[in-house]
Design a protein around this ligand. Structure first.
Ligand code: ZN
Length: 123
């Protein structure tokens, strides 16, 4: 009886480290897989994220232009506000918008949409 128990025990302990090794390997592989999947989603400077951030900036500039025209009583659509009228402490947007892809903004006239110098960055 005691001999049988000893055999059963030793066979179990022979299997157990093997199972643990595979479990650890499996967890590591799963962890690496999750990191590989999660990385593009959380990368803050992914081209898609830059485009979205730039589009949001252009929308803000467009809204600031409309507010500027309304506040100044300007109805001439060829009028073009300058950056200092729109941005800063006295403007409509406190911080000057900066394209995350290092593009430069062209505010344009009231009839035009603000533009970014980076291709594909549109309102
Ligand atoms: Zn841009």
């Amino acid at each position: 009886m005691a001999r049988f128990d000893g055999l059963a025990h030793s066979s179990r302990s022979r299997v157990a480290p093997c199972m643990k090794w595979w479990q650890i390997t499996g967890l590591v592989a799963l962890g690496l897989l999750l990191v590989a999947i999660a990385k593009p989603i959380h990368a803050p400077f992914h081209p898609r994220a830059k485009l979205n951030a730039c589009s949001a900036n252009l929308k803000q500039i467009e809204e600031a232009k409309t507010a500027w025209a309304k506040e100044s009583g300007i109805t001439n659509v060829t009028a073009a506000p300058v950056g200092t009228s729109l941005f800063g402490s006295g403007g409509f947007i406190r911080d000057t918008p900066i394209c995350p892809a290092e593009g430069t903004y062209r505010i344009g006239t009231l009839a035009e949409k603000p533009r970014c110098s980076v291709a594909g960055h549109t309102l």
